[in-house]
Design a protein around this ligand. Structure first.
Ligand SMILES: [Zn+2]
Length: 469
């Protein structure tokens, strides 16, 4: 039995932050003592002056696993669980919830299980897997993925991903009726397909190819309308809709109001909608092209009100490992660049730096990055909080350290970031997964575990009795 004692840190628990010693035994949280209890341990970690947070759970990654027997890789986008996991560990992310896209996309039980098996060979940090619902898919394929341990289901309301057809209203409604009897969400990329196609046509007719044309092709109304419709279907069916990468305060307001009348509606946003604005899109061009689009400064500021008041349940990265070459294609024509940003390594540091500056408590930061995500993707009580018996997934963070984001520090495959040059306060100095140090800022090699260390975490609610349908 390996015992690790972390002494002197400010430990962020669900009930509040306390300066205490934290005991880890066999990979789990085994004790919290203030004043120190004089525990014996094999390893002691001095956390004086550091904040000890629950490891972040990134509910939205695109590592785009490749199954060489079943799929063809896209040369523009491949991250993989090893390099993606290195970026995760360096950013304080201890569990990733991987999206169903991949080569091939996971949309049935067979591919889901195969994806798990392949990811288990490569993973650096722990992971869960989203199930996928593409246009035209059957309910049977949904049930198979529940049996395989899916953490929730993802669908697009628009056709903006060539590998992943959107669902129409009929399928959206039918899927919610299927999932209503389960504890799992339907996570929606909420953009109106009709309004999006119209917006793209409008820009093409006007001959617009500049960076801001991207934002004008998919204005806020595209998201607001789709969220309104998703919430309506949730209310009618009793199913659970979760809006992924929410980008507008108007849509957050719709979700908050729906929830107050009992509708099962939740949402996540991403740093790009809390930090970047249209000036960044104009400046960075293809390196800020993502969907939904980056918003104006006024909306960015208003999003923080919904982060602070609890309407927004989680902050995720939507990390996409696009090559520099693919992004460069968008220099002269923004629409030629793929949609998606890197971001797993900067997720927690950005939330800490911006959140603290805006007055968020450590508890709220832990809620947004760990405890909330664990609840959304059914990973609690094993993951998501510093509580007795939970996995000892921990981040030691220096809250005062000021540093500048630099591509040379990035550990994921394609080392570009829209946050290059940004000064942040608060730096991850050490990350532990199940009590094992996976990342140390001051170690020459930085990543201290081999591929295959990370484990699959099935949805806890359905892990023992997946008996739906
Ligand atoms: Zn995504």
């Amino acid at each position: 039995m390996t015992r690790t004692l972390i002494t002197g840190g400010l430990v962020v628990c669900p009930g509040g932050a306390v300066r205490a010693d934290l005991l880890v035994s066999d990979g789990r949280i085994a004790g919290l003592a203030d004043p120190p209890a004089g525990w014996e341990a094999d390893e002691r970690i001095n956390a004086d002056g550091l904040v000890v947070l629950p490891g972040a759970i990134d509910g939205h990654t695109h590592f785009m696993l490749l199954d060489p027997e079943l799929g063809e890789p896209d040369p523009d986008e491949f991250e993989g669980f090893t390099n993606g996991g290195r970026g995760a560990a360096a950013g304080g992310v201890t569990t990733c919830v991987e999206m169903p896209q991949g080569f091939p996309p996971a949309t049935n039980g067979l591919i889901h299980r195969r994806k798990r098996e392949l990811a288990e060979r490569d993973a650096i940090v722990d992971f869960a897997l989203w199930g996928g619902v593409r246009g035209g898919q059957t309910a049977q394929e949904v049930f198979e993925q529940i049996d395989a341990g899916a953490a929730g289901f993802k669908a697009l309301m628009c056709n903006s991903d060539p590998t992943f057809a959107g669902v129409d209203d009929a399928q959206l409604l039918a899927t919610l009726e299927v999932l209503r009897e389960t504890p799992l969400m339907l996570g929606l990329h909420a953009e109106s397909d009709a309004l999006l196609q119209n917006g793209l046509r409008r820009m093409a007719q006007a001959g617009r190819r500049d960076p801001l044309a991207h934002a004008e092709s998919r204005p806020p109304m595209i998201e607001i309308e789709a969220v309104n419709r998703a919430v309506f279907f949730a209310e009618q069916t009793g199913g659970w809709v979760h809006i992924i990468h929410l980008s507008t305060p108007e849509a957050a307001e719709l979700i908050g109001r729906a929830r107050s009348r009992g509708v099962r509606a939740t949402c996540e946003t991403c740093p790009q909608y809390l930090v970047l604005d249209l000036d960044d899109l104009a400046r960075l061009g293809p390196y800020a092209r993502c969907a939904p689009a980056i918003r104006d400064r006024g909306r960015v500021e208003r999003m923080w009100e919904y982060v602070a008041d609890g309407t927004i349940d989680a902050i995720t990265s939507d990390h996409c490992g696009f090559t520099v070459e693919s992004k460069e294609r968008g220099r002269a024509d923004i629409f030629a660049a793929p949609n998606g940003l890197t971001g797993i390594q900067t997720l927690l540091p950005l939330v800490v730096s911006e959140g603290r500056r805006r007055g968020l408590s450590w508890e709220r930061i832990a809620e947004l990055t760990a405890t909330g995500p664990a609840r959304l993707w059914q990973l609690a009580p094993r993951k998501g909080a510093i509580r007795l018996g939970a996995d000892a997934d921990l981040v030691l963070l220096d809250p005062e350290r000021v540093w500048t984001v630099h591509p040379g520090e990035l550990l994921h495959t394609h080392r570009w970031t829209p946050y290059e040059g940004r000064q942040l306060r608060g730096r991850v100095v050490r990350t532990l997964v199940r009590g094992v140090t996976v990342y140390r800022d001051d170690a020459p090699e930085r990543i201290l575990v081999e591929p295959g260390f990370g484990r699959f975490v099935p949805a806890q609610a359905t892990a023992t009795a997946a008996t739906v349908g």
